[in-house]
Design a protein around this ligand. Structure first.
Ligand SMILES: [Zn+2]
Ligand SMILES: [Zn+2]
Length: 137
């Protein structure tokens, strides 16, 4: 009984998690807040952040930082790369082949042990790429 009390079930938190699970576009806290506010009129952005950090601390979601410093959230927690559009900010998953991962150093030059890699590629998404073609003079 005492154990159940340790992590109090939170309906808001579970809905935030469910909503992230339903997306593959790495929503920001603000997007999550706007999407769930109709369901929870007393929801605040601070509550969303608090719950996101809780989920992240418990290894249920991961965080992707945009170049602008905006936190985006991901239901995938196993190592994978991201592709970020430098024009519209779109974030998509990028699969890094095992052969490529195997080539990466396991230690730093000064003997430190590398535990994980985060990989981010930057460029233009298909939409921005086609928009650019039309605009080009
Ligand atoms: Zn784009
Ligand atoms: Zn991802």
């Amino acid at each position: 009984m005492a154990e159940e009390k340790k992590v109090r079930y939170s309906r808001k938190r579970e809905r935030i998690y469910e909503w992230i699970l339903s997306r593959d576009d790495h929503p920001s806290a603000e997007e999550i807040y706007l999407a769930l506010r109709p369901e929870f009129p007393d929801l605040s952005l601070g509550t969303v952040y608090k719950n996101l950090h809780f989920l992240e601390d418990h290894g249920r979601i991961s965080r992707v930082l945009s170049p602008q410093g905006v936190e985006h959230y991901d239901w995938r927690t196993e190592g994978h790369g991201h592709f970020i559009c430098r024009s519209c900010g779109m974030i998509r998953d990028l699969e890094i082949p095992d052969e490529t991962r195997a080539c990466l150093p396991r230690t730093s030059a000064d003997g430190g042990r590398i535990e994980t890699y985060t990989m981010t590629a930057f460029g233009l998404c298909p939409q921005c790429l086609s928009g650019q073609e039309h605009v080009q003079e």
